[in-house]
Design a protein around this ligand. Sequence first.
Ligand code: NAP
Ligand code: SF4
Length: 672
Amino acid sequence: MTSFPHLLAPLDLGHVTLPNRVLMGSMHTNLEETKDWNRVAEFYATRARGGVALMVTGGMAPNREGGVFPGAAGLFTADDIANHRVVTDRVHNAGGRIAMQILHAGRYAYSPECVAPSAIKSPISPFPPKELDEAGIEKQIADIATAAARAREAGYDGVEVMGSEGYFLNEFLVAHTNKRTDRWGGSHENRMRLPVEVMRRVRAAVGSDFIVIYRISLMDLIPDGQSWPEVVTLAKAIESAGASILNTGIGWHEARIPTIATSVPRRAFAWVTKKLMGEVTIPVITSNRINTPEVAEAVLAEGCADMVSMARPFLADPDFVRKAAEGRAEQIAPCIACNQACLDHTFQGKISSCLVNPRACFETELVLEPAPVAKRVAVVGAGPAGLSAALALDSRGHTVTLFDRADQIGGQLNLARKVPGKEEFHGFVDWFRTMVGQSGIELRLGIEATATMLGDFDEVVIATGVRPRDPGIDGQDGPNVLSYIDVLRGAKVGPKVAIVGAGGIGFDVAEFLTQNGGSPTLDLPEWLAEWGVTDPEAARGGLTEPKPEAPARKVTLLQRKPEKPGRKLGKTTGWIHRATLQAKGVTMIGGVNYERIDARGLHVSSGPDRADPRLIEADTIVLCAGQESLRDLVDALVTAGPVVHVIGGADLAAELDAKRAIDQGTRLAAVI
Ligand code: NAP
Ligand code: SF4
């Protein structure tokens, strides 16, 4: 009897039986764009070996106009088919199955060639689309069907037709983007004609013994989105047209409601998928913020879906399913839904990876092989940089001693996890604790490592982290001034607050101080109300008026740079932090000089000529002015003997984050 009976139950699709209920959802990693097909193949084969039942590739363009950007990967030529064969063969040899996603981007394409049902520009692409005529529509349908046939030729086990998230097929379904008056627009029957015809033609192109997944948008989260009866009617029509499985999507990319960020409650939308259960007879998949086998099992056991789709969790840990099946769930590296190394990279045109697992998408170049010479290595600092270095060194056969002067591991992660919406950091620290506990690492907590103590090691890794920067403001030693560390550790804070510094930590502290001690991330009904999400049966697209809770304090967030605070936050998550603070009435001010602090609050002026001197009234002033490297040990050690390496914040405090710290720790450990 396994602990995850629903998750690990096989799924019979008629011509094929999947070994369990886990799909690796499509992710655009930019790997295909490297044209290094060995690397692409290794990425997927690694996950196939980890036991996932079926994987879906990143979106492949069916034609030039449908590509997410000019030249986006697709299956156009005999060479393309041969390249994809490298991937499918490697996956099959590893015992896995893989489907190719066909993604027609429609008006979301970052390309002057983009096409759509109507010539309505999307807010997330600078290019207005060309409205398709009858012949143009026929070409798109034919190209999608041809792409499916080529996928079969390339050895894929199936295709996924991308019909959600606001892409081409989804655009036909809603009046928001479809203003046509011909047989492809107007009534719902007309609006759904294109997706249904695509499904019918894809099935005809691939035959009956091939998996065809259709990804349907259950809740568009945009004005004038689909009504629930329309969604159900479409689902039934797609089933009749030949789909084997319905995967489900939530929210268009232009929706102003987060759907996968870390502050979204776990399994936040499984209830929507549950509404579709029983309406169709083919298996239905749910997704979004499912990142542990326990959550996935609960979703299936409660009848919310027949299968779960997880995408980013397979970047964090390719062996997710195998570890769950072998009773080693606590060893699964958790996806913390930060987007920092995956989606943020994708949108910057970089190769995706994972904050938690820097080997993701770098399987062929960041390899942790047994060390040729086992050494005695000391790692000083058990924050993310030191922990990842220590674990990787241990895995390579070195003898590792890990020191920290604190009485617990985790470093700055222990502060991050106090912030509402960052609860996933708890699981991340727990995972580090488990892995260190099961490793051969000697953990020495509560010890201030000295140069003398470290003299006998072969090599020393300094990962001592950072200390808060002293902003040197007149009056900052007063009783009304706190550092962010004091605040996150529970110091008493008054009802009116001024925050000095609007970086990642300034924003975190503002969120912490405006909440009433709770976290909407842990309370789904409250979170849905705050963002204005309702039952799609009650309102088209599932949208309603947001009802944020009143803020616990009046907060003013300041910075010296004369720009909008929060500009440098994560590409895919910065807008969520800005919107959250706006909803809590936080005043954000850029371009100030800090003149002095007194009992009344913070005195500031504006610009280089110190104009407009004024008082920001505040009971408490919180300093979040960035970090400086803590590297006192380094100089002492350089003369003492062992080879010394410096990583993480101790190496470079500017723009430090856990992603860089973990990546640097792992890469160093790979070469010692
Ligand atoms: P940060 O992002 O570098 O921000 C430091 C802030 O302090 C800036 O607003 C800066 O703005 C201000 N500042 C710098 N020198 C100052 C001085 N001498 N006096 C007064 N103000 C000064 O650093 P952080 O907020 O401490 O965050 C540390 C790292 O953790 C960041 O790199 C961040 O990426 C990461 N982090 C990320 C998140 C996230 O949501 N992704 C959350 C928390 C932390 P001005 O110079 O314009 O005044
Ligand atoms: Fe998950 Fe963050 Fe890794 Fe992306 S970078 S897979 S969101 S942990």
